[in-house]
Design a protein around this ligand. Structure first.
Ligand code: TYM
Length: 338
């Protein structure tokens, strides 16, 4: 759909379901920081998505503040980008219901993340987990967002959002009412893997503490985790082709490249032929240099939840002024009495 004439706008979200980690930073937050200078941006803490799996109510609020603090510590300026929490803007849920009636069961049945998260016992998964991608489409389209910076794992969900936008526009004869939101995935760090298993994504829910570098980790913790990271016995290759079938080596080189702003090839030019005994300390130094200051700022910000709350309230008010207008228009298009 290329006929959309509205302004360029950016939306993305992170679930407050655990600590922010290097994957979230490289795959998402770092892109947000860059885009706030060039686009009208909305960065959301998607608390309604988080409760599709059990969240301890005593922790959820702090986890929400943790994401806000991570956004700010990484460099998001809430005077530029709106920083909000999803549950404060009811339009997300209202549009999600209408989209539940646009999306097809067959589309949702194909979602691989549902299959991964529900596991073998699908019967016991929440209904919310199943319709999760529909709410995600509503998050994006309630702002008519044209660009969505995300990590690789969200690709399929973004395709679904595009399908929903297209079907809505066609069925309601509302040509180009919704844009076809473009995922911004490419770039180093789009898929950061676990430090314990180079074939599994780095994630908040990894049972091994050692697998994940958290933004809140101090320099010692970062260095320890990298020292213990799984590797293979071979030295690093001199060319990227040599990383094939070496998932752990490939992941560590990828992290180095993403944080240093170099390509994998340039990193291998520097370290090719070296063993991990030499590469790991260099990587640890780089991660500490780039991540530890964010962690320190994050802890400082988390100590003042009142300030974080006021940022969310301001962001939600800005967000509502756009989102409420979309829902009012959609009600009209669908034929509700308004
Ligand atoms: P979530 O909370 O799982 O992750 C937040 C962002 O971090 C990226 N990410 C990664 N990137 C690289 N390597 C990794 N190991 C890694 N792990 C996570 C994710 O791709 C994501 O960009 N469904 C979304 C939240 C969401 C959303 C939205 C995103 C809800 N509504 C609308 C964009 C637009 C999620 O679960 O993200």
């Amino acid at each position: 759909m290329t006929g959309y004439k509205g302004p360029n706008r950016v939306f993305s979200g992170i679930q407050p379901s655990g600590g922010m980690h290097l994957g979230n930073y490289l795959g998402a937050i770092r892109k947000f920081v860059d885009m706030q200078h060039t686009h009208d941006c909305y960065f959301c803490v998607v608390d309604m998505h988080a409760i599709t799996a059990w969240q301890d109510p005593k922790k959820l609020r702090d986890q929400t503040f943790h994401i806000v603090a991570s956004y700010l510590a990484a460099g998001i300026d809430p005077r530029k980008a709106a920083v909000l929490h999803q549950s404060a803007v009811p339009a997300h849920a209202e549009l999600a219901w209408i989209f539940n009636c646009v999306a097809r069961l067959g589309w949702l049945d194909r979602m691989t993340q549902f299959k991964d998260k529900a596991g073998k016992d699908k019967e016991r998964a929440s209904v919310g987990l199943y319709t999760y991608p529909v709410l995600m489409a509503a998050d994006i389209l309630v702002y008519k967002a044209t660009h969505v910076p995300v990590g690789e794992d969200q690709k399929q969900h973004l395709e679904l959002a595009r399908d929903i936008a297209g079907k809505f526009n066609r069925e309601f004869e509302a040509a180009d009412y919704f844009p076809s939101p473009e995922p911004l995935i490419k770039g180093p760090g789009a898929r950061v893997m676990s430090l314990r298993d180079g074939t599994a994504k780095m994630s908040k829910s990894d049972p091994s503490e050692q697998a994940t570098i958290y933004l809140s980790d101090d320099a010692d913790a970062i260095a320890r985790k990298i020292k213990k990271a799984k590797t293979d016995p071979e030295p690093l290759p001199s060319e990227t082709a040599g990383l094939e079938n070496r998932p752990e080596a490939s992941n560590l080189v990828g992290i180095y490249a993403a944080l240093s702003g170099k390509t994998d090839a340039a990193v291998l030019k520097e370290f090719g032929g070296e063993g991990f005994g030499k590469f790991k300390p260099a990587l640890a130094g780089l991660v500490v240099e780039k991540i530890a200051p964010i962690g320190a700022e994050l802890r400082r910000l988390e100590a003042d939840p009142g300030h974080l709350r006021s940022i969310l309230m301001d962001g939600a008010a800005r967000a509502r002024s756009i989102a409420d207008k979309t829902v009012a228009e959609v009600k009209e298009i669908v034929g509700f009495v308004v």
